[in-house]
Write a protein that binds this ligand. Sequence first.
Ligand code: GLN
Length: 297
Amino acid sequence: MAGEEGLEPPNGGTKIRCLTTWLLPIIISIVPDVITDTLQKSSIDSLDSELLLAHVLKKDRAWLLAHSETPLSDSQKKEFDALIQRRINHEPVAYITGEKEFYGRSFTVNKHVLIPRPSTEGLIDLALQYFQKPQEEMIDVDSEIVVFSKVFKEESPQIIVDIGTGSGCIAITLALELSEYSFIATDISEEALDVANKNAARYNVADRIQFLQRNLLDPLQNLDHPFLVISNPPYIPNADILMQDVAQHEPKKALFAGPDGMDVLSTLFLQAQSHPYCVGCILESREEQAKKLIKQS
Ligand code: GLN
C-alpha cells in the first residue's frame, strides 16, 4: 500500500506517530503561545495540527521541519487558529484542507464525498493483482474489513466500472496504473461527480473515464463488452455508532446501507453476477458481509 507521508524521523523509525511526537515541538516554536495553549489543551492529534499549519503556510510538512523558526504573520495566525477551531469541532482535516492522499497521490475532497481510506488502497492492490491473473481472494485491510474478488467468467475485461465513485479515487488511480483500459464511474450524487470530474482533470484522465449520474449498474444494461466491477460501496449498518468526525461530517449515503449494511452490496453483487458481460467484481466490505455474499453466489 502507498504510504501517506515521506518524512523519516531521526531515529530511523517509520511510524507516523513517532514522527509527529518528534515534530510537535518544532511546530510549537513557530506558532504563538495562545494557539499552542489551545493545541495542548485540545485533543487534536499532532499530525493534524502539522497538516493544518502546512496548509496555512502553503508548504508541505518537510518544509515545516526545515523552517522551524519562521514566524507566522498576523493573518496566518488568525487562519491557523480558525482551522484549529474547526478541527476541535470534529471536522476532518481532509475537509478543512480539501485534500487527501490516496495511493501516493493527492485528491481533492469536500463534504459531498467520502474521504478516501487507506483500506481502499487494498482494493487497488487487489485489482492490479486481478489484471495479472484473475483469481478469487479475500484480504484483510482493516479491523473486520476485507477486500475480495469474485470471478464470474474466465474472460479478460476491456472496461473497468467503478460504482459509487465519490471523489473518483478508485477509477482515477486505476486509470493511472492501467493505461490500456477505459473506465465508467457512476454515482448518484451530482456534487460527488463534480469532485470526481475535477480529480480526473487534475490527473489528465478525464478522456478515459465516463462519469454517469446513475444508480449502481443501471446505466450498463446495454453494455456488450466484458467489464469488471470495482466498488467500495456503503456497507455500515444503520444503527452503528461512528466516531464524531465521521458521523457528523461525512455523507451518510456514502456510509450507511440498511439494517445489516447489506442493502447496496447485495443489489450490486446480484446485478454484477447476472449481467452477461460482467466478468467479475472486486469489492470492499466487512468480513462477514463478504462471506455471506460469496456463500449465496
Ligand atoms: N469510491 C469512493 C471511495 O472509496 C467513495 C465510496 C463511497 O462513497 N462509499 O472513497
